[in-house]
Design a protein around this ligand. Sequence first.
Ligand SMILES: [Zn+2]
Length: 492
Amino acid sequence: MTAKTHDLVLAGARVLDPETGHDAVANVGVTGATITAVSPGPLEGRETLDVSGLVLAPGWIDLHSHSHTVAGHRLQALDGVTTALDLEAGVAPVGEAYDAAGAEGRPLNYGFSASWAQARMTAVGGLPPGGGLAAGLSHLGNPAWQRAATPRQLDALFELIRADLAAGALGIGMLVGYAPRVAPEEYLAVAGLAAEAGVPTYTHARDLVEQTPDTPIDGATEVAQAAAATGAHMHYCHVNSTSLRQVDRVLTLIERVRAEGARVSTEAYPYGAGMTGIGATFLAAELLGRRGIRPDSIVYAPTGERVADAARLGELRATDPGGLAIVHFLDEDVPADVAVIDRALLGEDTVIGSDAMPLTWTGGERPDPMAWPLPPGAVTHPRTAGTFSKVLRRYVRETGRLSLIEAVRRCSLLPARVLEESVPAMRRKGRVQTGCDADLVVFSPGVVSDQATYADSTRPSTGYAHVLVGGRHVVRDGEPVLDALPGRAIRR
Ligand SMILES: [Zn+2]
């Protein structure tokens, strides 16, 4: 009699499985890309790693990552992420993004939604198709794609979205907040298309009525009504940064329609500032007051310049509309503002999603994109590198407002559940169970922490001993494994 020999045994960790509630010391066997045992008894492995004293959990699944590069993935891997999906913005055509990632290889599993905005840039705005996220960002503030669509343009738009869904897109990304005058009927029709196709939508909501009294529809009401009217699963992206001080009103509305049977999920990240293209419509100087901010609330990432006044803001918006900027909406030193972030993050079943941003290379030249450690000059939003570890530090360890297993659930199982009805592969993620994917994190709950700050935005998080994607180390003994590209496409 020979006992089964696993490729790898992770021995002696406190193993958390948020689906079954398993929270006990166990040994975990991994063979190939799959978990082949979770056992209190000893396991035999070709290799055994002693991980006693540490926590083993399903890897974090980030539904909101605009971090599409190997370097960006490494930063997220060091924050415990094993699957990084761009669902809010998405990409059009989606096949182009899958092909690029597949050809180059990625440390983390990756996937994309169909981008309503980018398809609209082509079908309504007449802008050239493709070009990925960078092209989408550079056109974001261009009024051409935001105008009312003719019936023929709408047909063309829906054709593009249908084609991307047929090409395996993970639902429809809806950046409606960046085209705030679009007809509510169009939004509803896109939700109807998603319901028909059996896929979720992911919305960056329109302005709230408190921010913009003449908005065609209140942003939160729009999401809630679309869920109720069409039956589509509506995912409400970064409910913290679009709701701001109205977060309580927004979440109360969402919780009510959910109780009535509508499918709305919410997501948040634990920071007071946002980051987006400086050319975004809602960053026009004359509109800043609606969100209680001023030009000097904005920091232009390529130079680190705090924008002095409306004239300078106008200049930057004209010369580099896709240039990324940090926007300080809430002050993390002001308790009332922190309470807003907390309310968003601690809402019932809020998914943790980072909104990880691309790296902006300052100083003119673009160094080797595969270099690690990151060459000097890379800047981003600290959420890119730190979201998940900040949740563990602040909400589990420092304030105790989430139990460890509840935080793990919000970082892994809950995001898997948003997708798994339409993407069966996600049923094997977000769990530590025999037969599930060996996407795993092993970390020290007493020390795990974000390190990135607004001033030093690419400092990797610390505290993760091992991060495995499909059974392969992408982080080993706390260090990224530079030749590991085990990430697989998540595709319908
Ligand atoms: Zn957004």
